[in-house]
Ligand binder design. Structure first.
Ligand SMILES: [Zn+2]
Ligand SMILES: [Zn+2]
Length: 413
């Protein structure tokens, strides 16, 4: 496709510099710390995340057929049915997830607070000026998210309908997919989406594109669920919609079976849930997305929003690893882990002892979350030594990195 060729050409200067810095030994993809392997005290959360995964993907086939037979005839026109189904599947997850998150932000219950990524107060609790600025940003976000979802999406879907039919996508009642077909198709979608999203997102950080386009999304230095789809319409089309919809179009070619709308709507729900989770500001240990091999994490994307460096992918970590764009994050994680280890092993209570090192979340570098003062145009290699600028205590991050270190040592054993 000509657009992808142009994209490749535009990002080539970025990628060549980073790729050349990779040594052969760095090419092994590490298992991310937020994976299915967890400390024993997190076992219950792993069981919950597996249960969510199973409930989402597995249903007896007769149930699926019955469900489809009941909803497909509601809107006889297939194109309109597809549009309404997509908007509902997305809207349902997006609205419910954000309502739940809003309740969690508001209540600040200690149970949830233990999973909060940043230790500093939410922007709306940092004084009147920041609160007003943040709420103004939220109001703008609601309008732009609405525009993207209910104006841009229908146009894209309506105009691409012929292509979808050619690609074998269908809503046939006598062709309802088995659960494993849905699982295979959605897995394909995740891999393709992650790849396209990585490169599109990285292109968005090119200095020529960042300012006029991607800076909108990076208005959130402390991200919340709503931030996930707060994006310039150009970004929404090329970095969100295209990566999302390419996998469904390729399922027919790759598997010989076109994607059914039931699977397509489930893919929409899964992708929407993932991006809200990634922007929520919490690292929930029961997140089913962390079950994925080489899963990304909310912490990684929070780091991206906080310091604007690296961690460009959505579902997985392999592109960031292969391209070396996770190096700043890894160094920061290691630094936090080391500092916390020193802190916990230092039992010397003598007054002359040096003060314990302070762990930090990188977002502490920006006092105002809604200003762009700290924005960097983000050639990843140019910020290779990115270190959080001003540091404050962050027990949540430190705890997670400590768990990671324990886990690594267990694996070595
Ligand atoms: Zn970005
Ligand atoms: Zn983001």
């Amino acid at each position: 496709m000509s657009s992808s060729t142009a994209l490749s050409a535009s990002i080539a200067p970025i990628t060549s510099g980073v790729a050349s810095k990779l040594s052969p030994t760095t090419h092994r993809v590490p298992r991310h710390e937020h994976s299915v392997l967890r400390p024993p005290d997190g076992l219950i959360y792993t069981i919950i995340s597996i249960a969510i995964f199973l409930v989402f993907f597995y249903q007896p086939h007769s149930w699926r057929v019955a469900l489809w037979k009941s909803i497909r005839p509601v809107i006889p026109d297939e194109r309109l049915f597809l549009l309404v189904g997509l908007l509902l599947s997305h809207g349902l997850v997006f609205i419910i997830a954000n309502l739940v998150m809003t309740a969690i932000y508001y209540v600040e219950h200690p149970f949830f607070e233990q999973f909060k990524i940043q230790s500093k107060p939410w922007p709306w609790k940092r004084g009147k000026a920041e609160r007003d600025a943040y709420f103004a940003l939220i109001r703008k976000s609601i309008l732009l998210v609405f525009f993207n979802q209910y104006v841009i999406t229908p146009i894209l879907l309506w105009t691409s309908y012929a292509g979808q039919k050619k690609a074998g996508m269908n809503g046939d009642i006598d062709n309802v997919p088995y659960w494993y077909t849905t699982l295979i198709h959605i897995t394909i979608c995740m891999v393709i989406e992650d790849t396209l999203f990585y490169w599109a997102h990285r292109a968005l950080h090119h200095p020529a594109i960042y300012g006029p386009v991607h800076k909108v999304h990076h208005s959130y230095k402390t991200s919340i669920g709503l931030a996930s789809e707060y994006a310039h319409p150009i970004e929404f089309i090329f970095s969100n919609a295209v990566p999302f919809s390419t996998g469904p179009l390729l399922c027919g070619v790759l598997t010989g079976t076109g994607m059914h709308y039931l699977s397509f709507f489930m893919w929409s729900m899964l992708r929407t849930g993932e991006t809200v989770d990634g922007h929520s500001g919490f690292e929930f240990p029961w997140s089913p997305y962390r079950l994925l091999p080489f899963s990304g994490s909310s912490t990684a994307h929070d780091f991206h929003h906080s310091v604007n460096i690296g961690n460009y992918a959505s579902f997985f970590t392999w592109w960031d690893h292969w391209m070396g764009t996770d190096q700043a994050f890894k160094r920061w994680e290691a630094k936090m882990s080391n500092q916390q280890t020193e802190k916990s092993t230092s039992k010397d209570p003598t007054p002359t002892a040096a003060p314990a090192p302070t762990t930090a979340h990188p977002s502490a570098s920006t006092s105002a979350t809604t200003t762009d003062a700290a924005d960097s145009t983000t050639e990843p290699e140019s910020d290779a030594d990115a270190t959080p600028k001003n540091e404050v205590a962050d027990e949540g991050i430190a705890r997670r990195t400590r768990s990671s270190k324990k886990k690594k040592s267990r694996r070595v054993e």
